[in-house]
Write a protein that binds this ligand. Sequence first.
Ligand SMILES: Cc1ncc(COP(=O)(O)OP(=O)(O)O)c(N)n1
Ligand SMILES: Cc1ncsc1CCOP(=O)(O)O
Ligand SMILES: [Mg+2]
Length: 305
Amino acid sequence: MNAQQIETAILAAHGGRFDGHPPVKAGPFHDDDPVYRGAKAACAALGFIEVDAECLGRAWQAMTRRLGRFDASAWPGTPADFGLRDFPPQARADAFAPCPVALGLYAVLPDAEWVGRAARAGIPTVQLRFKSDDESAIAREIDAAIAAVAGTGALLFINDHWRQAIAAGAYGVHLGQEDLDALTAQEVQELRASGLRLGVSTHGYAEMVRADAVSPSYLALGAVFPTTLKKMATAPQGLARLNDYARLMRGYPLVAIGGIDADRLPQALASGVGSIAVVRAFVGAEDPEAAARALMAHMQAAPEA
Ligand SMILES: Cc1ncc(COP(=O)(O)OP(=O)(O)O)c(N)n1
Ligand SMILES: Cc1ncsc1CCOP(=O)(O)O
Ligand SMILES: [Mg+2]
């Protein structure tokens, strides 16, 4: 088959699954392999951004070589086809400290007062996402958040401020791709050696591959649905992509985030992720404690993935 036939076959098999993403201009192409070229072109037509179409083109090429034939009905979902190292990642020598596979309902919160409120409402995983450049205010807020979860059993992640999180003895740290890229290899090692858990944001295939390079404790997959809380560089990924991402990265504890509320929670959870992260569904609720109960009831009611 030539590249054009491969592209047509992939679009015929998968075109209906990825509704809602406008096509992206295909290329550049880095070699003449017809599976790579056809699959990359098809994935661009399915709306995957350049870096993700490139990842998928290479993964289709690797999958085809591994299977010994081109199968348009398949979709790459094997870590080795993406060049990822051995799964499960927790077994790697350089893995970050492990965290539960099912982090459950995960509330992302603007300050320590909200952290305490979420923890007292019984939410099992909470994050302090305190945006400030004031070092002493950050340290104060982190200390207050740690005090606020004491005795509740909630696991506390600190967003962005990893050094202060280590100093204060938090359970873990959450970093975005830019946050991770800003760290030197030595700083990544310092964070790993601290024993704090590390969660990393991802918004597609290339970012999952990038995050996997440091073997973090969990991966966040987002934004699943549109969110008004944060200006996103990438379009909402949608449920079809979330399902594929969760299948590929199933060796990790996974967190779905972005625009999830009680109505959408069951669909997101059905992807196989062990955790659903929310901001507005808790903080923006008229009665946050009642909202927490409803969200947690939805999580419990969901059938095992
Ligand atoms: C659980 C979870 N997922 C994603 C994010 C976003 O992190 P990041 O991309 O670093 O953006 P900011 O939150 O720092 O604006 C998160 N905080 N938590
Ligand atoms: C911080 C963050 N990262 C990806 S989406 C998001 C915000 C999620 O907020 P909401 O649950 O209110 O859509
Ligand atoms: Mg960040």
